[in-house]
Design a protein around this ligand. Structure first.
Ligand code: FUB
Length: 464
């Protein structure tokens, strides 16, 4: 995979076997060439889809699917994890789970959901079952939110040809697995989270519960797919993708986890150059956040999607206001401390670069060309920084890291030069003096040098 700036556009003319009408409408919604201007979508190095946020220990993790470059179908082979403490700068944790995690799965690493219980993390995903050729729900488990995840049971947890699992853990300790397209199902999970009791039950899709769809008698309600069930102030919410295609996000509420549901209206209108959308809702640090996907990156569209996020405020009666897609994203929560080690793959925005697993663990930024940059939002330099260090590697002759403030060509606060290190995973630390970096500013690490790939960066840190 190479950087988005070098990606081809969308050729969205494939037919989707599961839901053929999606592909037809996809062809009518080509990807935009427009460059996102601010910090949405939150990932610029690859196409991501189907966000599932999780709050754990003061961090927001978002689990995503991964649309392959140039995809003309939902060609998805692995899942990704990103995290943040400030809703602005996101750390890339790579791919802790892929189709090979499930020996029985053949394809379609589609929309999943992660939930934590008793210190373990359970990732429910829809995949194609090789043996039956049908969609099934698998469950993987890990001891850390960033994995590694392993198949918990070695077979599908449930299988009825339907997709988009979502798990809700109620206050009384009962967990529910919801999923479905075209139906909406639930089953009661046991406390081990990898088995269930009772039969899968179909939630009645009534127009009172899920709104009225126009022009499709086989699917009379707005419910399409992607349920996201949660509880707030005693009220149960189900936020879902509605009325394909293109989809908008609607929601229903209920007095209990199994209903009866009442349709409440639109959360996010049809916007954003992707004929699907997929919602995830959390509260974090006093704010409420709505995750979704669109086709906003270059080459983006219905099969090359990108995850984005907005902050919102519930109305006083608990209803959800209409939320529009933005390129700015949410305001930053707090600031970023430059005087502790920061991973290079923590950024609010990147241009040109990619990420890859580092030999020493974690990820590094790589495939860096002249003019590429990383934006780190809201860096608190305070009284000033004196020097900058970075862990770098170069299999060629290296390059420079320009430290710029306020923009990729903003005030130059320092320049570090990195030479050859003998390999792309042969790491060395370079340092350089810094002037004029005071207060709280957006920091840009701008890479300059000759042609071809210049250097990799694992981490950086300023000294006071
Ligand atoms: O990403 C593949 C499928 O597209 C998901 O499972 C659906 O929710 C839709 O977003």
């Amino acid at each position: 995979m190479r950087s988005l700036s070098r990606r081809g556009g969308l050729a969205a003319n494939a037919r989707l076997a599961l839901i053929p009408v999606l592909a037809v409408l996809a062809a009518m919604l080509p990807g935009t060439a427009r460059q996102a201007r601010a910090d949405n979508p939150i990932v610029q190095t690859i196409y991501t889809a189907d966000p599932a946020p999780l709050v754990h220990n003061g961090r927001v993790y978002v689990y995503t699917g991964h649309d392959e470059d140039g995809s003309t179908y939902f060609t998805m082979r692995d899942w990704r994890v990103y995290s943040t403490t400030d809703m602005a700068n996101w750390t890339d944790h790579g791919s802790p789970m892929n189709l090979a995690t499930f020996s029985w799965a053949s394809s379609d690493a589609w929309a999943g959901h992660v939930i934590e219980r008793n210190g373990r993390f359970y990732w429910y995903v829809p995949v194609n079952n090789r043996a039956t050729g049908r969609k099934a729900i698998g469950v993987a488990v890990a001891n850390s939110p960033t994995g590694p995840f392993v198949d918990a049971i070695g077979r599908p947890l449930v299988e009825n040809g339907e997709i988009d699992p979502n798990v809700f853990l109620d206050d009384d300790g009962q967990a529910y697995l919801y999923w479905g397209n075209p139906n909406l199902w639930y089953v009661r999970l046991n406390t081990d989270m990898i088995s269930y009791s009772g039969a899968a039950t179909r939630i009645p899709l009534t127009t009172a519960g899920f709104g009225t769809r126009t022009g499709n008698t086989s699917r009379p309600t707005l419910y399409e797919e992607g349920p996201w069930v949660y509880k707030r102030n005693g009220l149960y919410y189900n936020v879902f993708a509605a009325e394909c295609c293109s989809e908008f996000i609607g929601y229903s509420t209920a007095p209990g986890p199994t209903g009866p549901w009442t349709y409440r209206g639109t959360v996010m209108p049809r916007q954003g150059s992707s004929f699907t959308n997929h919602a995830g809702v959390i509260d974090f640090n006093g704010g409420s956040y709505f995750f979704y996907h669109n086709g906003a990156l270059p080459g983006g569209g219905g099969f090359t999607r990108s995850v984005a996020v907005e902050r919102f405020t519930y109305r006083s009666d608990g209803t959800i206001p209409t939320i529009n897609m933005s390129t700015a994203g949410p305001p930053q929560v707090g600031t970023l401390n430059p005087f502790v080690r920061q991973e290079a793959e923590t950024a609010a925005w990147s241009s040109g670069v990619e990420t890859e697993p580092a030999a020493s663990g974690g990820m590094n930024v790589g495939y860096v060309n002249n003019g590429d940059y990383l934006k780190v939002r809201g860096v608190a330099f305070g009284g000033g920084a004196r020097s900058f260090s970075a862990r770098v590697a170069s299999g060629t002759t290296g390059g420079r890291i320009e430290l710029r403030l306020g923009g990729p060509t903003g005030t130059l606060a320092g320049t570090c030069t990195a030479g050859a290190t003998g390999g792309w995973q042969s790491w060395a630390t370079v340092s350089c003096p810094v002037t004029g970096a005071t207060g709280t500013q957006d920091l840009y690490l701008r890479f300059t040098g000759g042609s071809g790939y210049l250097l990799n960066v694992d981490w950086w840190q300023f000294t006071q």
